[in-house]
Design a protein around this ligand. Structure first.
Ligand SMILES: [Zn+2]
Length: 661
């Protein structure tokens, strides 16, 4: 294919992908499967890899996120992002309307749900998205362009509209429906969990690595053209234009012709509040006619042509009766407030999270306090603060427990972490999670051992540790509900088979904090056996290139814990393969880095081939890398590899090495 032809094809693919993007992310009405969409994107990626000169900033491939940033640049907003004046009652809304009517006649309002997210300003030049920033202090915000690019509902190029140069404002939010699951996954990975969807949106946008942002399900609603080369007659018309340009505009926005209708809108929307997949905290009323908006102008703080009506807060005050300790699936001890039952935004609340002990101390929340409780989204209610003025003097401070309330192990707390955890891998509170993780596909890959079966095993008291799995008998399993001879045989065979999965999977399956798949492979290739790994100090482990300090310390702690020492001994006793078998001439321990697109192998396939042969796939170039596999359009890694004089090979050479050619 020549460049001219490629250009045409690329153009066509981009239009097609953008079209489907709008269908999916803006209209919520996809007309092709995710697979078909991925294939279109892949095709475009391949073409762009062949013709790197044709890659432009507005290409859909540019959404996946580039290299991490060092920090955000501060940028000045073209026009200050003012905050809105608030009204907390319908009377206040009527007063506002009276003030407006002193200056303007026949006022129409546009009523918009007030999205509780993160305010952003997007700048388009010649129809291309060039910059996006947070609100910041109103006059200056953070340049988060690379992160915003990853959000699919933000058009990188404005569609078939007359809008070319503009600053557009709106809100980024984290959908409620995926928020809880997201937090659970974060917790599982030992990463930050967020108090509510808005914090999750803000936290995601503050990520310095846009590749992480690209994995977050962020979405947007845009609601205001703050500056453009078009003169709009009404706010309504500007919203219509935003829609045709490819932005997501909230479907619940309505025009009303007087304040009574506006109040009905507010009442009606408040009843729908719980059913929406995004959080709203009120209604924004905007004067529709732009001429009237201009006439009204702004104060230093607020525009006079708009006001926010705030819904009743989902907050209440009540008495905190006790603080109990919950042990989570990763062993984290969380203080939980037991409350005098109270109505919070229409729901009775009797428990609320206190997040962690640092928060507890910082907020100085004591047993017996009167506290302010808040509910937000679908999440567990939280204690916002204690009301110190109401103290009587007999309130008690809850100190950090020294022992796990479930198993009695001494708790641990590292300097850089706020979490207090139970280090006992066999702590019953963590057992289910531990077993699921151990049996998962990336770990020991034990067929027929799913969550329900694990529940039954725990319920019957048949397993207390991972090692117990290997001592299950036919007789034991036949006592489980729904288990017949055939299913028992299948499960026992899968368990037996897993003994041979090898050292890397075993290390991963142990669920040591901070030890992911890559670290597990790295450890397996450096230490020939689990015993050797267990003997290494944190300092020795840190000598392994690619292993961080946190990970090294976490491993050392794991193997210093008595329960874990016993677990390893038992695993060896039952015949678990705990030594790495070094094959002669194989790629055992050899490290690979891929850069650029390979002609025939996908990245996961290529990585799979490396691992199958005992090699390790690394993501960063260093002196210790044995092979750098280079495809078309390689990145900076290629230059670095040349500088370090590493062995650089192409796909064919790679295939020979891994034995598929
Ligand atoms: Zn415990």
């Amino acid at each position: 294919m020549n460049e001219k032809e490629a250009k045409k094809q690329i153009q066509k693919l981009r239009e097609e992908i953008n079209y489907h993007n709008t269908k999916y992310y803006v209209e919520n009405n996809p007309i092709i499967s995710d697979y078909e969409y991925d294939m279109l994107l892949k095709k475009l990626e391949t073409l762009e890899a062949q013709f790197p000169d044709l890659v432009t900033a507005d290409s859909p491939t540019q959404r996946v996120g580039g290299e991490p940033l060092k920090g955000f640049r501060t940028v000045e907003h073209k026009r200050p992002m003012l905050s809105l004046d608030n009204a907390y009652s319908f009377d206040e809304l009527r007063e506002y309307d009276e003030r407006i009517k002193k200056n303007c006649r026949d006022v129409e309002y546009i009523c918009e749900p007030k999205i509780d997210g993160v305010s952003i300003a997007l700048i388009y030049e010649n129809g291309i998205f060039v910059r996006g920033a947070t609100r910041g202090d109103g006059s200056k915000g953070d340049d988060i362009t690379t992160n915003l690019r990853t959000i699919r509902s933000i058009p990188l190029r404005l569609q078939g509209s007359s809008l070319k140069n503009a600053e557009i404002r709106g809100e980024v939010y984290f959908p409620i429906s995926v928020f809880q699951r997201f937090n659970k996954e974060q917790e599982k990975k030992g990463e930050q969990v967020f108090a509510n969807p808005r914090n999750a949106a803000a936290g995601s946008l503050r990520q310095l690595d846009p590749r992480i942002v690209a994995l977050r399900p962020l979405d947007t609603f845009l609601y205001y053209v703050s500056h453009s080369d078009i003169d709009f007659e009404t706010h309504e018309k500007s919203l219509e234009l935003l829609r045709t340009a490819g932005f997501r505009v909230n479907p619940l926005i309505e025009k009303v012709s007087n304040i009574d209708e506006a109040i009905s809108y507010c009442k009606n929307l408040e009843t729908k509040r719980e059913a929406l997949d995004y959080e709203i905290d009120g209604v924004v009323l905007k004067v529709n006619l732009i001429a009237q908006q201009n006439q009204l102008g702004s104060t230093i703080k607020h525009p006079r042509w708009a006001i926010a009506f705030k819904f009743t807060a989902k907050q209440a005050t009540t008495q905190l009766k006790d603080i109990v300790i919950q042990v989570g699936r990763t062993g984290t001890l969380t203080p939980v407030a037991i409350l005098e039952p109270a109505q919070v935004g229409g729901v009775t609340v009797s428990r609320a999270t206190l997040h962690n002990f640092d928060e507890l101390k910082r907020k100085d929340i004591r047993i017996g306090d009167v506290v302010l409780v808040e509910r937000s989204g679908d999440v567990i209610p939280q204690v916002v603060k204690s009301i110190a003025e109401k103290r009587r003097g007999d309130e008690k401070i809850r100190v950090i427990p020294r022992k796990c309330p479930v198993c009695g192990s001494d708790v641990i707390r590292t300097l850089d972490e706020v979490a207090v955890r139970c280090p006992n891998q066999q702590c019953p509170a963590r057992l289910k999670w531990r077993l699921e993780y151990f049996a998962s596909r990336d770990a020991m890959d034990i067929d027929h051992l799913g969550g329900q079966t694990i529940d039954k095993l725990i319920e019957k008291g048949l397993v207390d540790t991972i090692a117990d799995l290997y001592e299950l008998t036919e007789k034991d399993l036949l006592t489980l509900e729904g288990f017949k001879e055939k299913s028992v045989k299948n499960l026992l065979e899968s368990i037996e088979k897993s003994k041979q999965q090898g050292l890397a999977r075993l290390i991963y399956g142990l669920g040591i904090r901070h030890v992911g798949k890559y670290a597990a492979q790295l450890l397996a290739s450096h230490c020939c056996s689990i015993d050797e790994l267990a003997r290494k100090s944190a300092e020795e482990l840190m000598q392994i290139h690619g292993l961080g300090e946190k990970t090294a310390e976490s491993i050392a702690t794991f193997f210093a814990t008595q329960e874990n020492i016993e677990l390893i001994k038992r695993l060896k006793d039952i015949g678990m393969r705990t030594k790495e078998i070094k094959k002669e001439g194989s790629l055992s321990g050899k490290k690979f880095v891929f850069t650029g697109a390979l002609p025939s192998l996908s990245r996961p396939d290529a990585s799979g081939l490396v691992m199958k042969n005992g090699g390790i796939v690394s993501s960063s170039i260093g002196k210790d890398i044995d092979f750098v596999v280079v495809g078309t359009d390689p990145g900076s890694k290629y230059q670095k590899a040349k500088k370090l004089e590493l062995t650089i090979i192409d796909e064919n050479e790679f295939k020979k090495l891994v034995g598929v050619l």
